[in-house]
Design a protein around this ligand. Structure first.
Ligand code: IPM
Ligand code: MG
Length: 374
């Protein structure tokens, strides 16, 4: 009775498999990008609270980079059009003209974008991560008073995300999604995590999977991480399943021992929200998406439509996107300016605390406090 639907699904699956073979082969043949004299930083507002919080981070970058901007070494370029209305109107997660403008930049500071649930429209984030090949999602979480200083290296272009909008449905009977892990995709995120550990004097790296259940994909992810580890004999490597790791992040006797945590896409998505909450909430956490050619810096949270609906957009907390701007400055080789911005954010948290209520400061007042502290 489902014969026709099954035939269609099999044909669809064949197309998916071929597309993934193609992607894997492209990764194997990747070339190093050329170096440039000028860095273009694209500023993308996004939806909901996005433009409100991004505006404050932009002010901070303008203040910190004024000399470089004057000298023509750095350009801050606003990229319009990555809004839900515009995306719905053209029926694309990232409209072609917006993507072309983004590809003219080197790094992006991007506000959150709303993903329509249901339907087939992909998240703009997922599209951008794929189009710009941003394979490393790097997310810190720190609680200095508890000795917590974690750096998550989340694989960012494959796993459950690659084909997340391309599953199969036999209506009324079943649905099926696919998880894809490639050798090259795993090797490059593992390499990025171990290199970070080595360069930053970290001695402990934890690989996190669910390889007891996802035997092929996570099994291979784990095996490749251990293979890459051979090149880093000074780093102690252990492995946890994602369920117990989620518990361990809450376990007082263990949590401060973790340093670098390396994991596939979806587990990384989930556990970095947990880590951000431990740090003080998702509103406090920035994140980097890096590849060999491009990098994109963003808050780890979404566009907060409920905050906008309550008329509280002006009270949104820009800390997360400002922390992302700190990571951007580190990425473009300006660790001193990054440290200045980080210190100014800490100061603003004291001088202009945001509570998410009308009793607290506004997003713009927080921005003023950051500028004053710079
Ligand atoms: C994140 C977000 C995204 C993700 C969404 C917006 C697609 O939750 O960056 O963690 O799932 O990766
Ligand atoms: Mg997430």
């Amino acid at each position: 009775m489902y014969q026709e639907a099954i035939e269609q699904a099999v044909a669809h699956y064949r197309e998916l498999l071929l597309s993934q073979v193609d992607r894997a082969e492209k990764m194997n043949n990747a070339q190093a990008p050329e170096k440039k004299d000028k860095t273009v930083i694209g500023i993308v507002g996004g939806d909901g609270i996005g433009p409100i919080i991004v505006a404050q981070a932009q002010r901070a970058l303008e203040a910190l980079l004024q000399d470089e901007i004057k000298a023509g070494k750095i350009e801050l370029r606003s990229i319009e059009g990555l809004t839900l209305e515009n995306r719905m109107a053209v029926g694309k997660a990232v409209p072609d003209d917006v993507l072309a403008a983004i590809k003219e930049c080197d790094v992006l500071l991007k506000g959150p974008t709303t993903t329509p649930s249901g339907g087939t429209m992909e998240s703009a984030n997922v599209t951008l991560r794929r189009e710009l090949d941003l394979y490393a999602n790097i997310r810190p979480a720190c609680v200095p008073e508890e000795g917590i200083d974690w750096m998550f290296f989340r694989e960012n272009t494959e796993g459950e995300y690659t084909l997340g909008s391309k599953g199969i449905e036999l209506p009324g009977l079943l649905t099926m999604d696919f998880k894809v892990t490639t050798v090259a995709g795993t090797r490059r995120i593992a390499r990025a995590a171990f290199e970070f550990a080595k360069k930053n004097g970290k001695t402990h790296l934890s690989v996190v999977t669910k390889s007891n259940i996802m035997k092929k994909t996570d099994g291979m992810f784990s095996a490749i991480c251990h293979e890459v580890a051979q090149d880093y004999p000074d780093i102690q490597v252990d492995e946890y399943f994602i369920d117990i790791m989620s518990a361990n992040l809450l376990k007082p006797s263990l949590r401060s021992t973790f340093q670098v945590i390396l994991l596939p896409n979806l587990y990384g998505d989930i556990i970095t929200d947990e880590a951000a909450q431990i740090q003080g909430g998702v509103g406090t956490a920035g994140s980097a998406n890096t590849g060999d050619r491009y990098a994109m810096f963003e808050a780890i949270h979404g566009s907060a439509p409920r905050v906008i609906a309550r008329g509280m957009g002006d009270y949104a907390n820009p800390e997360s996107i400002m922390r992302a701007a700190v990571m951007l400055l580190q990425h473009i080789g300006m660790p001193d300016k990054a440290a200045r911005l980080a210190a100014a954010i800490d100061q603003a948290n004291v001088n202009a605390p945001i509570t998410g209520t009308r009793e607290g400061c506004t997003c713009a007042q927080f921005g003023d406090a950051v500028i004053a502290a710079l």
